[in-house]
Design a protein around this ligand. Structure first.
Ligand code: COA
Ligand code: MG
Length: 291
């Protein structure tokens, strides 16, 4: 999951376009990008689009959050179409994922689907308390497939006039939210997915943000526009050189009989370096650039 492209659920045109954008995952949105009166239409369009998806396409649905009273209707419409996963907005902690998981199980039974086939990715920093509760995700549910964060709702919640400084970098509170997402994803052994870049015309700024995210440990990023997808895919696909280096390191450990430390081209490498190389190779495999 390098790129996850949001598509508003009420737009037939965007739903059609979304599937040809080259994203690893399409997230059909039933929440903030869909007005209240249009939610019923969006639910049925979403179900139709999931059923008609090209083979191999991965589809998640962003449902309305657990306090809205709308989540059950969202599930009743889309779960029978069997999406790959659900994105839960405004998640307050691991217990919200458990709560959603129970609802999901009921919807799966009603639709005659197997237990646990549908994954969950919560957005974990959309309120102050949620951001302070991110240590509750590890072990919360076997459905947990990734964690992602949000800077727009959080800004509205805390009353920040902006979430970026004059240079375009996130201010402290938002960098904290970003950091706790990385830590919680690592502690949960699931994918860390960076938040959206809303300025969708500025592809240079998007690339810079992707490079920073990839450097720091995120393995993918949310997108809101098809033009963002190729850049996200490129940055989050390990480069040929990185793959060659990782392979050389893994081989060096294996050739030496798996000691704690090896030397390669005049540098020392120990177990954390080996782990990092193995993670990179796993990502390369997922991205299809390694057999
Ligand atoms: N998915 C699929 N298609 C999209 C798309 C998306 N997220 N965003 C834009 N497109 C399509 C447009 O419909 C347009 O199609 P056309 O050439 O057939 O007319 C084309 O891509 C170019 O779009 P563009 O004119 O550059 O942008 P726009 O002004 O139409 O749309 C947004 C801008 C922000 C409204 C739109 O990108 C969007 O809806 N993004 C998703 C919003 C969302 O889901 N938010 C919730 C998560 S934060
Ligand atoms: Mg939102």
């Amino acid at each position: 999951m390098r790129s996850l492209l949001f598509v508003p659920g009420d737009s037939e045109k965007k739903l059609e376009k979304g599937f040809s954008a080259g994203a690893d995952v399409i997230i059909i949105d039933l929440e903030d990008s869909v007005a209240a009166l249009t939610k019923p239409k969006a639910r049925s369009l979403a179900a139709e689009a999931i059923r008609a998806r090209p083979s191999g396409a991965k589809v998640y649905v962003r449902v309305n959050d657990l306090t809205t009273g709308l989540t059950d209707d969202d599930f009743a419409a889309v779960v029978p179409a069997r999406p790959d996963g659900i994105v839960l907005p405004k998640s307050q902690g691991g217990t919200d994922v458990q709560h959603l998981s129970v609802k999901l199980r009921v919807a799966e039974i009603e639709a005659g689907l197997p237990d646990g086939g549908i994954a969950i990715i919560p957005i974990i920093t959309e309120t102050g308390l949620a951001t302070l509760s991110t240590a509750t995700y590890p072990g919360c549910s076997p459905r947990l497939a990734g964690l992602t964060w949000g800077a727009e709702d959080l800004a509205a919640e805390i009353g920040a006039r902006t979430n970026r400084n004059a240079e375009g970098r996130y201010t402290d509170v938002f960098r904290l939210a970003r950091s706790v997402t990385l830590l919680a994803a690592s502690a949960s052994a699931v994918a860390a997915i960076d938040t959206v870049h809303v300025d969708f015309r500025d592809l240079g700024a998007l690339r810079a943000e992707c490079l920073e995210a990839e450097r720091d440990g995120f393995t993918g990023k949310l997108a809101i526009h098809p033009a963002q997808v190729p850049i996200i895919n490129e940055v989050f696909t390990p480069s040929r050189e990185a793959v060659d280096q990782a392979n050389a390191l893994v081989a060096a450990f294996a050739d030496a009989g798996n000691p704690g430390v090896v030397a390669l081209e005049g540098r020392m490498y120990d177990i954390p370096h080996l782990k990092r190389a193995q993670r990179l190779l796993a990502r390369a495999r997922d991205a299809g650039v390694l057999a």
